[in-house]
Design a protein around this ligand. Sequence first.
Ligand code: ADP
Ligand code: MG
Length: 644
Amino acid sequence: MKETREFQTESKELLNLMINSIYTNREIFLRELISNASDAIDKYKYLALTSKGKLPSKDYEIRLINDEKARTLTIIDNGIGMSKEELINNLGTIAKSGSKDFIKKFKEAQEQKDINIIGPFGVGFYSAFMVAEKIEVRTKSVDSEACLFTSSGQDSYTIEDCDKEESGTEIKLYLKKTSKKKAEESEDFDRFLRSYELEHLVKKYSDYIRYPIKMKVKTSKPKLDKDGKEIEGKYEDVIEDKVLNSMIPLWRKNKKDVSDEELADFYRNKFADYEEPLFSVFLKVDGLINYDALLYVPSHAPYNLYSDNYEKGLQLYSKGIFIQEKCADLIPDYLKFVKGLVDSDTFNLNISRELLQKSPALKKIADNIEKKIVDRLKDCKKEDYDKYLKFWEIFGEHIKFGIYSSYGVKKELLKDLLVFRSLLNEDKYISLKDYQEKMPKDQKAIYFASGETIEGIKLLPQIEKYKKEGKDVLLLDKRIDEFCLLMMRDYEKLEFKSITAENQDDLSKADQERLDFLNKEHQDFLNTLKEGLGDLVDQVSFSLNLVEAPVCIATKEGLSLGMEKTLNEQPGAFEKVKASKVLKINPDHELCQALLKFETDKETLKNYASLLYEEAMLLEGFEIKNRQEFVKKLNDLMLKSLNK
Ligand code: ADP
Ligand code: MG
């Protein structure tokens, strides 16, 4: 029975893009179909190897058949095949998670007339519609009847039963007509019928496919006589199978035989990215545990990196045979954006997920991989700082998360990857080492200030003093920053000190004495202000750390204001945490001196206390809590001064 079905909406959209766009790189369709065929054989082979003899192993192959008369090109595999349901699910809808992302990029690229961006993108099965006006897919899975899918890439496709003995898939492309004007390569579809052209494309894109890609080719051979001896000078055309690819997986080749370009191409192809990776790391480890690994840091965050359904992990192979798509234990959480694969002969094909997880060998490999990636980043930081900063802008927070989430255990490994914006280095990022080397000899701590934005932090009242004294301050505008530094505690024995924390005053002895005196002398004054503020602050006291500003908010050891905010905004933060706040007053400010004249007038002082508090909070980058009261008091003040 023949059924007609509609493509899913997104599929239609993608098909439309494929069919109608002027595409310069149509030839990649072959790579896509061959890679699907190879995946299908991988899956079959794995099933067969783990079926305890129930499923026979086969002579696995991918075959190309080019029929110049019928103008068809057929790609055949003897892999796992598809059932009817799978056909509908896999080809009638967008299977690949990246495809939606691709549609978006594709449209943007077209608007900007930049079609190059799409060249290397893996677009899967549908890319075949760039070269074919009709496609037939005959397929049979291991345990169901054979099925035929036919489509011309319009809105619908048909599905019907068909004959096919062996499991696997045959994809027949009815190539588009080459226009009379021809000439332009992108419109020349005949070339996909020519043997040497196909051979060239396989070499170019699919050389490392681990199954033989075979095609019948015509070669000229010396003619043989009756005894099987060559007749000199006489040749004849013979048609015979030729294996077009070298079949060595890229990662099993010698390092020196693999170029950076090949590594990058492999990445784009395998991990369906349209951009080159930022870093490629090729490891070949011979030791107690042997393994090869290809590791990549993408040049942009995977589009779903921050969604719950993002799965980290590396592909796992054993002796070149695929075992697992995403082995999560091979990569720590903080490097979850790393893509790649590991091939080791240590693992048994039948190994269960549980055993694999517990395997000490896996742990060793994972540790080593982590170290190699970090080393690579360190090297880059030394050799190509701009490139490193590009990495940092995209993934820097993950590195900080690595320190934080390990409770500081990874501090030694990661500390020299950290870079920060800073007060004296305006627009540049500096490392902690830079900070340490450039700071005055008598400085005993690394200072930092945090806030929502760099501009906002620079407005903090407490920062003026540091600017004046030429002491640098790290400017932390990411929420994870303070938590990361908290876990680190120190860098090379230098403590981290928040400039907005209480007791930061590294004051001279004389100043310290003066401060003690002031706090004692005006105790009533301070107490009255505290009374006026109630629970808003834990304490009111003087500070000699302010230059221009009359007041600021400091926090006592532990939580900072930023951390308080972050923690209370966490989903599931039921009990609100509270930073312990101190309202700090600048005794040398005119305003303070004016207030001191009202030391005994409790009502007036109490009345102004909240204005001082709100002002300080505003400068720390927070919103005014009680707006109505604030506005009323401000208006009263204006009236008073205007009516004077
Ligand atoms: P992707 O390979 O990224 O999943 P494709 O569009 O290339 O996306 O393929 C869609 C799906 O169709 C595949 O995931 C696979 O399940 C199925 N498929 C495609 N080609 C074959 C094939 N030759 N044999 C078996 N299944 C296939
Ligand atoms: Mg594919």
